[in-house]
Each structure stands twice: as C-alpha cells, then as structure tokens.
Design a protein around this ligand. Structure first.
Ligand code: SF4
Length: 343
C-alpha cells in the first residue's frame, strides 16, 4: 500500500507522514514550490526539501507551481485570506494536481498535514469540504492529524489505514504537535513563521501595488518583489535598488533586454534595475537615488553609469537625492520575510 503526501516542509505534514509510516504504509512526497516561497531562488527551496525528505526516508517530487498560484492570486474563486493568499483555491488546485500524480505514482490515496481549525481560511470544516469538492478528491484525501474529527475516508473504511491510530487534533494550539514530535523523534523542523510570502503583509502590499499598475504581471515581475527597495516613477516605470551584494547579483540576473542597470562609477554602492518606458528624468532620478544609498551619498555629485541591457552604456554626473525624493517615490517595504502560518 502506498500513499502520496503533500509535503510543505513544515511540522504538521512531517507528523502526518510519520503517523502513516507507523502503519507500515509506503509514503511518497510531493512538494509544490513557487515564487511565493521565501528565498531568492527555487534552488534554495529544493535543497531544503531534499534534506527534509532524506530525514523522513521518502522520495519527494518537486512540482513547479508559480504560474498556477499567481493566476489564483489574480482571480481567486473563493477570495483571499487576511492578505493576498488565496488558500482555498490554492489547496484545491494542489490537491487536483496531486490526485493526477497519485495515479502516475501507483499510490492509492493522498494525505496532508492539515489540522481542523488551525488556520482561519483554509482549515475551517466548511473550507475542507469545499477544497475536496473543487479538487475532485472526495473520499481519497486523508488528514491523519484530524481524521477522528472528520467523516471516515475510503482508506479508513476499506481498512488500508487503522482510523483508531489516527488523531483528532483541532485548533490553533500547537502543543499537541510538539508533544507528538517528541514521541515520534522528530527533532528538526522549521519554526511556524517563514512560509508563504502571500501571508506576509509587507510582501502582499508590494504585490497589490504591482497588480494595480500591471494586472497582467508575470512570475518574473513577482520574483523582483522579493529583493531590494522599490520605487514607482510612473504607472509603467519602476525601479529596484539592491540592499546588499546578493541582491545586486540577483537584480542583474533578472534584468531583461531594454531594462537599464544603474550604478555609481568608482565608488561602492548598490545596483539599480529600472524597467519600463523611462523618460530621461526617470533615469536621472534613479541615478540620484542610487548614489544616496551608496558610499557617494555624502558627496555633492558623482559619475553614474547607465547601462541598457542589450544596448549602450553611458555616463552622467548626478547629485545624491534628498530624503524627500526617496520618500515620495518609494513603495512600502516588506515587513520581514514571509510571516506565517497559512492563511
Ligand atoms: S499559504 Fe499555503 S495554501 Fe495559502 S496561498 Fe500560500 S501556499 Fe497556498
């Protein structure tokens, strides 16, 4: 007997896997990853997941999910949670994809680490039912941590899984999970914070601003929201200023033909990426802001290089921007790096 586990890398899904493994059932994991995971590259997420899967002794398939999730953020059937997180639609889409993969993997049912009532949007009793209906997985989706509080599923009624050895957890108190982790010898798991960026208020504010100006924005546009200080110069003109070397490298990698890269010449400082149909005044303003954030910030003026990707480079002399200019153009910065707990 084999099941497919939707694995988020967190404690709940890890415990659900361990509970099912205890019943002698083979588990294969699937992890949906997207631009909305914390971190500046998907490789980070995949490497983290590989380590977790190795500890659990399971194989885990990584499934790209950025396009799906961005489409749901733009147009959620069941609305957003407390920020821009469309958790009900997101779960339904993941479970539908998982049920297709279940057949390919030769598995008989699906499991998740969901806990009834733990999260305000997607884990209400009513929402669990909506997700099952929308995903078309009724009866084959088992939630081992809350199973005893939910109607019996096919794996339970057919005797593939012993319902008596499953749990009846509910609510937001996570002490039972920590105790279970101790009993099962699960010692390494990420803290509850640090999940999906769509639950982070600062990131959601940036994304909302992007969607207002560019409702058709792409996954690449969203990647850019994860780094730097952001400035809106005109409805279609935007710039991002790196905050450290890692972000400077990231911004250079994200630049597309026609974008402009701006940096001070001969003085350490940030790299700025400017996108959109920029006027000369926009280029000058961003040259000045770039200087303000670098070592040239205290000088009356300094040379700045403006390099069009796939085009020409030129130099201008500029004075560092006054704080008022920065304040007027800056888009709200994110508060931290991804909060939270799901909804
Ligand atoms: S918190 Fe989870 S369910 Fe909600 S949108 Fe993010 S990835 Fe999807």
């Amino acid at each position: 007997m084999k099941c497919l586990a939707l694995h988020s890398g967190g404690l709940d899904s890890t415990l659900a896997i361990r509970l099912i493994q205890e019943q002698g059932i083979e588990v294969e994991g699937i992890r949906f990853f997207s631009v909305f995971d914390a971190g500046l590259s998907s490789e980070e997420v995949c490497a983290r997941e590989e380590r977790v899967a190795a500890r659990l002794g399971i194989r885990c398939r990584m499934i790209p999910f950025s396009e799906d999730l961005l489409a749901l953020v733009k147009n959620p059937l069941h609305g957003h949670g407390s920020h821009l997180n469309p958790c009900i639609d997101c779960h339904a889409r993941m479970f539908r994809r998982a049920s297709e993969l279940m057949l390919q993997a030769g598995a008989s049912f699906l499991i998740t680490g969901e806990v009834l009532g733990e999260r305000p949007m997607s884990q209400r009793r009513e929402a669990l039912g909506i997700v099952e209906r929308d995903a078309g997985v009724g009866g084959l989706l088992l939630r081992p941590l809350s199973a005893r509080l939910l109607p019996p599923t096919i794996p339970e009624t057919k005797g593939w899984v012993d319902r008596e050895r499953l749990l009846g957890l509910s609510g937001r108190n996570r002490r039972p999970q920590f105790e279970l982790a101790r009993r099962l010898g699960v010692t390494e798991y990420p803290p509850p914070a640090g999940g999906c960026l769509l639950t982070d208020p600062g990131f959601s504010a940036r994304l909302a601003e992007l969607l207002r100006h560019n409702p058709g924005c792409s996954v690449d546009d969203v990647w850019l929201l994860k780094a730097g200080r952001h400035f809106r110069l005109a409805p279609e003109v935007k710039a991002v200023v790196g905050r450290n070397e890692q972000e400077n490298v990231f911004l250079e990698r994200q630049a597309l033909p026609g974008d402009v890269l701006i940096e001070a010449e001969g003085v350490p400082g940030p790299l700025t990426l400017l996108q959109g149909p920029a006027a000369e005044s926009h280029l000058e303003t961003m040259a000045r802001i770039t200087l303000r954030y670098g070592k040239a910030g205290a000088r009356p003026s300094a040379p700045v290089c403006l390099r069009t990707v796939g085009g020409v480079a030129r130099r201008i002399e500029a004075a560092p921007a006054e704080p008022g200019v920065i304040e007027a153009l800056r888009i709200a910065p994110p508060e931290g790096g991804g909060s939270s707990r799901g909804d």
